[in-house]
Design a protein around this ligand. Structure first.
Ligand code: IVH
Length: 667
């Protein structure tokens, strides 16, 4: 491909990817699968690698996160990023209104907006191009986090018009993503984030943008720092214009004619905020007309034309009766506080995770304490603090045991982990939790096998391993409590049907450490079959985009275990599908020269980009890996092939040139 052809292709890919992004993130209505999206993105990245001149700052490829930085650069805010004064009740809102009306001697219309609980950021666009993103810092000097912000799909890299402006908004982590991230962190023995705001801030303050890219952050823009060419006269018009430019504003904002309407809006959100997928900690009320804003001006810290109404914290006071331990499927032992039931943010709370012993020490939590409870992310109950003044002297300090509460093995604290772990692979708690994970929705998705049924099956010694699930007999199930004929038949059908699941579900269900459902899909797509994956070397795994060294190491070591090999052959014998059923054409091509082969591509080819060649091989049932090893069946070498070619020669691996590759594809 020459420069002109490449340019045309790159532009076409960018347009497609931008459209897919828009459909996915703004319209919530994707027209292509994730796979197709990933393939197009890969093609674009490949082309930009081959033709670096074609890389532009607004290319969708720039969202995937570049190399890590050594430190953040400082950024001066031309217009300071101020904070807001607070109002905590209706009276204080009315005071604000009186002051504002007095200041302009006119009626005032307000705009009410949700106060998103995230990290304040500033985005600078020059002639429509996103050039810089920064944190608020101390209000005058922030940090340049452009690379991290680029990974947020809702931040347009190019505006719909060539405007130059600086806008401000709140980057945040949706509640759902926060919960998932913390679950992963806990399973991996890492310290969880206290709330979505910390999670968002922690993700954006990482020097390696790849981390932010994985964190599923989002943004709402709510104001303007500088916009010299704008002739708009009100904040509401600015919000509308921002939306037209492609800048995402929060849809819940509302114009209010007077302070009564403001108070109605505020009250309307006290309960409703629980239904949002992001945390808000209040409502921001802004004078709409910009001339009135100007007339009111600023105090040293905050504008006189806006105020933040803060919701009362959803906290409650209760007694901590006891601390219970649970062992997760990875062996992490987690303490949970058992509480006297208390209502917080709409539901009754009886338990709160204490995460680990460090946290118990840090907050000096004792059994019998009176504690303050709140919900992190408005969902997960947590102990905020102990009311030490309520102590009677009867409270008992708590220390984690030295042995697993379920199997009695000694607990260990692995390096760099905060969690204590039971490392006995036969610990019944781990096996039981592992089974619960195996049948769960994103794994094998076996309906009718909830936690309770698994616990029952386990208790009755009907199952100990995953394979046992597929050997359950009808008569045995009928003997269980609350299991009628119909539910037993449904259950057996569901178990049977799960045998046909595509490989990624099984892979995720196995519970290999660090392998989440997304990584399982990547592995299934890349290797196609369980056999291929079992044979993969550490390097083969590492060669896959999105698989880092920690995960590659964990997968490699998992498949090395004899017990795992035995389990997988047993599952095979029981009839479980071991192949990826997604968009791979390997089944149609069972007799292709690439079927089942491990192939390495190297050098430049005239007729294919790297990803086209890879796609062709994979479509015909071959597996592409990144480096030549004794497991390599074939090396396809284009022009200027280097060390991989030497290595293949050395190992006696079959070598083809591009011509032979083309013939094989046409065959
Ligand atoms: S307006 C001059 N609007 O709340 C200050 N702020 O103290 C203009 N925030 O950290 C701020 N949602 O990042 C505004 N809809 C909203 C907001 C919002 C969240 C944050 C902001 C700042 C704090 C204000």
């Amino acid at each position: 491909m020459n420069q002109t052809e490449a340019k045309q292709k790159v532009e076409e890919l960018r347009e497609q990817l931008n459209r897919y992004n828009y459909e996915y993130h703004v319209q919530d209505n994707p027209s292509v699968s994730d796979y197709e999206y990933d393939m197009k993105m890969r093609e674009l990245v490949d082309l930009e690698e081959q033709f670096p001149d074609l890389v532009t700052a607004d290319s969708p490829s720039q969202r995937v996160g570049g190399p890590p930085l050594d430190a953040f650069q400082k950024v001066q805010h031309n217009v300071p990023m101020l904070s807001l004064g607070n109002a905590f009740n209706e009276e204080e809102l009315r005071d604000f209104d009186r002051r504002a009306r007095g200041g302009v001697d006119e009626d005032i219309q307000y705009v009410c907006e949700l106060k998103i609980d995230g990290l304040a950021v500033s985005l600078t666009y020059e002639d429509g191009l996103f050039v810089r993103g920064a944190t608020r810092g101390d209000g005058t000097t922030g940090e340049d986090i452009t690379k991290n912000l680029r990974t947020i799909r809702n931040i347009p890299l190019r505006l719909k018009e060539a405007e130059s402006l600086e806008v401000r908004g709140e980057a945040y982590m949706p509640k759902r993503s926060f919960i998932k991230l913390n679950e992963e962190k806990e399973a991996n023995g890492e310290e969880p984030f206290a709330n979505p705001r910390n999670a968002a801030a922690g993700s954006l303050r990482q020097l390696d943008p790849k981390i932010a890219a994985k964190r599923n952050l989002d943004i709402f823009l709510y104001g303007v720092g500088e916009w010299q060419t704008s002739e708009l006269g009100s904040h509401s018009e600015r919000l509308e214009k921002m939306e037209q430019l492609g800048l995402k504003t929060n849809p819940e904002w509302q114009k209010c004619d007077d302070i009564d309407a403001v108070i109605d809006y505020v009250n309307g959100w006290v309960e409703r905020r629980m239904d949002l997928d992001y945390e808000i900690d209040g409502i921001v009320i802004k004078v709409d007309r910009l001339d009135q804003q100007e007339a009111l001006g600023f105090t040293a810290k905050s504008p006189r034309w806006a105020i933040a109404y803060k919701f009362p914290a959803e906290e409650a006071i209760t007694k901590l009766k006891d601390i219970e331990l649970s062992v997760g499927r990875t062996g992490a032992v987690t303490p949970t506080a058992l509480l006297d039931p208390v209502k917080v943010a709409g539901t009754t709370v009886q338990r709160a995770s204490l995460h680990n012993e460090d946290l118990i020490r840090e907050k000096d939590i004792r059994i019998g304490d009176t504690v303050v409870i709140k919900k992190a992310g408005d969902i997960i109950p947590e102990v905020v603090r102990v009311l030490t003044e309520e102590r009677t002297g009867e409270e008992k300090e708590y220390y984690m045991p030295e042995h697993c509460p379920e199997c009695g093995s000694e607990l260990v604290r692995l390096e760099e982990e905060v969690a204590l772990r039971c490392i006995n692979p036969n610990c019944p708690a781990q096996l039981r939790e592992g089974l619960i994970h195996f049948v769960s929705r994103n794994a094998m998705n076996i309906d009718g096998l909830g936690e309770k049924v698994i616990a029952q099956l386990f208790k009755e010694n009907l199952v100990a391993t995953i394979a046992d699930l597929y050997k359950l007999a009808r008569e045995e199930l009928l003997k269980l409590e609350r299991m009628g004929e119909k539910s037993v038949d449904n259950l057996l059908n569901a178990i049977h049907a799960s045998k046909e699941n595509s490989l990624e579900r099984l892979l995720f269900g196995l519970g290999i450490r660090y392998v989440g459902s997304k990584a399982a899909k990547t592995l299934a797509e890349a290797f196609g079959t369980m056999d291929n994956l079992q044979k993969a070397s550490y390097e083969d795994l590492l060669a896959i985009n999105e698989i880092g060294d920690k995960m590659a190491d964990s997968i490699y070591r998992y498949f090395e275990e004899e017990k795992v090999e035995a389990l997988i052959s047993e599952l095979k014998e029981l009839g479980l599908n071991m192949e990826y059923k997604g968009r791979r054409k390997s089944e149609q091509a069972s007799d292709s020269p690439f079927t089942g082969k491990t192939i390495v591509l190297t050098g430049k080819m005239e007729s294919f980009t790297r990803s086209e060649a890879k796609q062709n091989v994979e479509d015909l049932g071959g597996k592409i890996t990144g480096s030549v090893s004794k497991n390599t069946d074939l090396l396809i070498a284009g022009e200027d092939a280097g060390s991989k070619l030497d290595k293949a020669r050395e190992l006696g691996v079959e070598i083809w040139d591009e011509e032979k590759f083309k013939q094989a594809l046409n065959a």
